[in-house]
Design a protein around this ligand. Structure first.
Ligand code: HSE
Length: 429
């Protein structure tokens, strides 16, 4: 049986999950691929950190990257370090040395994916990245291979576990954003600096990668309009429930006749939508295509073994390609130049929450402003805070975002409106 030597770069959480699966499922992997995948080198800065882990006899730690890049016996490099500077140098160096690469590095892919895929193709080697988006959910190969016969029209994802955990807790336990964030940090679910997750940046990077594959166009992080969850209030979640909605941070990429719209934002979704039942730190992705109609994948978007599972599937795929002499077949798939649609023009229903004077005639003034902006109301709920103040929760019919921004300006010009507290999009079923 052919032996294929691989090197792991980095030995953190995902690398250890990959290592464990390669060890525990070694026989199954051999049977399914027809090759023996052997870990030859593990590149780390400080091997002492891992003295508690027993390596197989064939494997050794190295602290000089050239011991991997200049070793002709290594045919595959598995980059699991993260970051976009040194990791990019390593991946670039490996591809130029005609080594196949598997990576779980979303940031690197979102920033330099097209360049690295071109480089892999020119060097006749594979670059695989199933684990870079949604951890254990097999979405990359699903889009690239299983759904290849479809024209994809829309992808909608709950692509970030930290924010889904926070929104689920706020919704189910009525806790504030700040309290849940602190709990998530104490439990180690959320990073000490949670910006990338809670501001939607992590989801936007994932959306850029998935949209590139779905729509055959180079899409970068900067092409995605992003809003996070930091201003979501438990009051809004309660009103949402009354209207039949759950709140989720969504990544949405959609093809319209005017071009592609690419957005990450918190939105109310009907409780009957399959994505509404995705709770806690789970992720899911809902894909619409002109053949399949719709399909949804659900699972763990992070974690050692789930993400390791995706890395190992890529390692097995590349190992088979090496053994059949078929690496480098994956041609760059960017041939389309659809324009990107301005977020201001996207039509949606909206939920608004305002604090107003609790006086006769105020509702009539609010209605007049809505009529001026040609926005019709689908539902309205009033709750009295005290004898002087009422809270209004309004659900509008579909309109462009620019209309809503004008409406907010006109509400703010009314003396009887104390504040416009929230504006949240509503996704159609
Ligand atoms: N921090 C991410 C999340 C996982 O919370 O989903 C890695 O992308």
């Amino acid at each position: 049986m052919t032996t294929i030597k691989i090197a792991l770069l980095g030995f953190g959480t995902v690398a250890q999950g990959t290592f464990n699966l390669l060890q525990d499922n070694a026989e199954l992997i051999r049977n399914r691929t027809g090759v023996n995948v052997e870990i030859s080198k593990i590149f780390v800065r400080n091997p002492d950190k891992y003295s508690h882990i027993t390596l197989p006899e064939t494997a050794q730690y190295v602290t000089d990257i050239d011991e991997v890049l200049k070793d002709d016996s290594i045919q595959m490099v598995v980059e699991l370090m993260g970051g976009t500077t040194f990791a990019k140098d390593c991946v670039e160096g490996a591809l130029k040395a005609k080594k196949n690469v598997v990576t779980a590095n979303k940031d690197l892919l979102a920033e330099s994916g097209p360049y690295l895929l071109d480089l892999a193709s020119k060097n006749g080697v594979d670059l695989r990245f199933e684990a870079s988006v949604l951890g254990g959910i097999p979405i990359i190969r699903t889009l690239y291979e299983s759904l290849a016969g479809n024209r994809i029209t829309e992808i909608i994802g709950i692509m970030n576990g930290t924010t889904n955990f926070i929104l689920t807790k706020m919704s189910e336990e009525g806790l504030s954003y700040q309290d849940v964030l602190k709990e998530a940090q104490d439990l180690g679910y959320a990073e000490a600096d949670p910006t990338a997750d809670v501001e939607g940046l992590d989801a936007a990077r994932k959306l850029a990668i998935l949209a590139s594959i779905s729509f055959n166009r180079r899409i970068f992080f900067e092409d995605v309009s992003v809003e996070g969850i930091t201003s979501i209030d438990t009051e809004d979640i309660k009103f949402g429930k009354e209207f039949g909605y759950n709140i989720k941070l969504l990544g949405i990429a959609k093809e319209t006749s005017q071009g592609l719209s690419l957005n990450v934002y918190p939105a109310f979704i009907p409780t009957t939508h399959p994505l509404a039942s995705v709770r806690g730190s789970y992720n899911a992705i809902y894909v619409k295509g002109n053949g399949i109609d719709d399909v949804m994948l659900y699972g763990r978007g992070a974690g050692s073994l789930p993400t390791g599972s995706s890395v190992v599937s890529d390692i097995m795929e590349v190992a088979k390609n090496i053994s059949y002499n078929e690496t480098g077949r994956l041609k760059p798939f960017y041939y389309d130049q659809k324009n990107i649609y301005s977020p201001g023009k996207i039509q949606s229903s909206y939920y608004l929450r305002l604090e107003v004077d609790n006086k006769t005639g105020v509702l009539a003034k609010i209605s007049a402003k809505l009529a001026e902006q040609k926005i019709s109301v689908l539902s309205i709920v009033q709750r009295n805070m005290d004898p002087e103040t009422a809270v209004l929760a309004i659900v509008t019919s579909k309109c462009p975002r620019s209309y809503i921004l004008n409406l907010i300006d006109s509400f703010n010009s009314l003396r009887s409106v104390k504040s416009v507290n929230s504006v949240i999009r509503i996704m159609e079923a």
